[in-house]
Design a protein around this ligand. Structure first.
Ligand SMILES: [Fe+2]
Length: 560
């Protein structure tokens, strides 16, 4: 039985997957295919077509479609209805005639994704996001994919809305939550003020907002919350931040503002971060208390907050799971998994994030030849790339299947040497990011243990304290507050990437590389070889390592 799972009903992070008899056989995020970050307001038609082609079937073979949201639960939220209709009515999908169409509650789908990604270790899931249809945080007790909600918070009490409102108030705009989180590190913790925003109560949290909780529509309450947060922030520190128009840089006309936002903004960021962590900590404790869980999994977009995750990890150790697809794209898999499970099908775990499109070495060579790129094929790719990194060059790295989720995990990455003074600044300029934003490392397991005291970090989603040795050895991947957001590759990670870390170990003494997503400015992470080649030639990237091939701009000018 083929089930097509669809994510992204709330107007962003559209995605599709195909489950065949419980096995995930295709997955894609719409933004990677249409090249528009977060794919706002886009029904995931392209990713459906990709999944069907990848599976080698036709649309007519799809037996069921499972949506990761339910329009009937909040009829006022038109986007839920319209996105589903746009997909089912799309001319390109007219051969799609499933015998079953199901709409599943959004948080159920987040929770199901967390369960399969935890390898069924989770017996409780805490979902926290901007909103589901009627709730913003939900605690589930789980036995396999039997999901029992034990606590649920209204959309008015949304942690996601709180944080995204603060992000906009601080001038970072839609999708800038990572900037606010990064800025918090620049405030002195000892001088941090607090912004009380939630009451912690026995069955959850309540927002300290002067909102009308009797309002009939979740959508009305959700919009009340957003304006309420702005008012609360204004009452606390004054008006919202005016963002300066960035000055053009030497390489592009869209360079980011390089200046650290002045006081009071770092303090504001830290106060918001502290409040988020206080509430997340309470909800995690509540989830364990209510369910008696031995293993808690997180899901929903709030679980992209690496600092909060790091804080929970210190408290829960290996009893915590945070998977790569905590955002709405993962609800496609959750929806398909629930639909098949409810038909008695055994749904297999999803143990890694390398779920996206991939190309063979022969296909990559053909692409390079077709586009007239100059390339060479070194006998030892890892040695060749390590030498480029040691010389201070910045490398675009394209290998195997694309990562699912927002983090580059060594398959679609930009790499640099973490011990080269000033390299983080160079990469920030190259990527058109603010100078003060941090970079994360990929680290061999042995080095992760030695330098950070961590052995497992497959998805780059948790901030970890760096040791004094790490601060000396690899200073360019340590954030201002002394933490780092580690990635420790899994066995499923490209062998070429693991070879590169081994080579870095041999040449520098530390198996560490600066690893950031392969995208420039506002574009999504590259997906296809053509995306990578276009980004390479359209940016100051020095080298492109694609499969076994190394591409440089000087070789390409000479031609082949
Ligand atoms: Fe969500």
């Amino acid at each position: 039985m083929y089930t097509l799972g669809i994510g992204g009903g709330f107007g962003h992070d559209g995605s599709s997957c195909l489950l065949k008899d419980g096995e995930l056989i295709a997955f894609a995020e719409e933004e990677r295919l249409i090249r528009v970050k977060l794919a706002y307001r886009a029904a995931p038609v392209r990713s459906v077509l990709y999944c069907v082609r990848r599976a080698g079937i036709s649309l007519a073979d799809v037996g069921a479609v499972a949506f990761g949201w339910d329009p009937a639960l909040d009829p006022d939220l038109a986007v839920l209805r319209e996105t589903a209709k746009a997909l089912l009515d799309a001319p390109a999908l007219r051969q799609l005639r499933p015998s079953e169409i199901v709409y599943l509650p959004h948080h159920d789908c987040h929770a199901a994704m967390a369960v399969v990604a935890s390898d069924y270790a989770a017996d409780a899931v805490l979902v926290m996001d901007g909103r589901g249809e009627t709730s913003s945080s939900t605690i589930y007790q789980t036995v396999d994919l039997d999901l029992s909600p034990v606590a649920s918070m209204d959309v008015l009490e949304s942690l996601g809305s709180f944080y995204s409102s603060a992000t906009r108030f601080a001038g970072f705009g839609r999708g800038g939550e990572g900037k606010l989180m990064g800025l918090a590190a620049y405030s002195d913790p000892a001088a941090a003020k607090s912004i009380p925003a939630f009451n912690l109560v026995d069955d959850g949290v309540t927002a300290l907002l002067p909102a009308d909780r009797s309002s009939a529509s979740p959508t009305e309450r959700h919009s009340q919350a957003r304006s309420g947060w702005f008012q609360l922030f204004a009452n606390t520190i004054g008006g919202a931040r005016d963002t300066p128009v960035p000055a053009p840089g030497p390489f592009d006309l869209l360079a980011a503002d390089d200046h650290l936002p002045p006081s009071p903004w770092p303090g504001f960021a830290l106060a918001v971060q502290n409040e988020l962590e206080r509430v997340v900590d309470h909800l995690a404790g509540l989830a364990i208390a209510l369910t008696g869980a031995k293993h808690l999994a997180l899901s929903g977009g709030v679980a992209l907050n690496c600092s909060a995750n790091g804080s929970l990890r210190r408290r829960l150790g290996p009893r915590l799971s945070v998977h790569a697809l905590v955002g709405d794209a993962g609800t496609a898999i959750g929806a398909a998994a629930l639909q098949q499970y409810r038909h008695g099908i055994d749904v297999r775990p999803v143990r890694h994030a390398y779920l996206g499109p991939q190309w063979s070495d022969d296909e990559l060579r053909a692409c390079l030849e077709q586009l007239g790129c100059g390339w060479r094929e070194p006998s030892d790719l890892a040695a060749a790339v390590a030498a480029e990194l040691a010389d201070g060059r910045v490398v675009g790295w394209f290998q195997d299947a694309a990562e699912a989720g927002p983090r580059a995990l060594g398959h679609r990455s930009i790499l640099a040497a973490p011990n080269r003074t000033g390299i983080a600044h160079k990469v920030n300029r190259l990527k058109r990011r603010e100078r003060w934003r941090p970079f994360a490392p990929s680290v061999r397991r042995e080095d992760a243990v030695a330098l950070f005291g961590v052995a497992e970090a497959p998805y780059m989603l948790e901030a970890t304290e760096a040791s004094p040795d790490a601060r000396l050895a690899v200073p360019e991947i340590i954030h201002h507050d002394g933490t780092s957001r580690l990635h420790v590759p899994q066995p499923q990670t490209s062998g070429r990437f693991r070879d590169l870390l081994d080579r870095m170990k041999a040449s520098t003494g530390h198996g560490v590389v600066l690893n950031t997503s392969f995208n420039i400015g506002p574009e999504p992470i590259v997906c296809t070889p053509v995306d990578a080649i276009r980004s390479f030639f359209g940016s100051p990237l020095d080298v492109l390592a694609m499969g076994p091939f190394v591409v440089t701009k000087s070789d390409s000018r000479k031609g082949r």
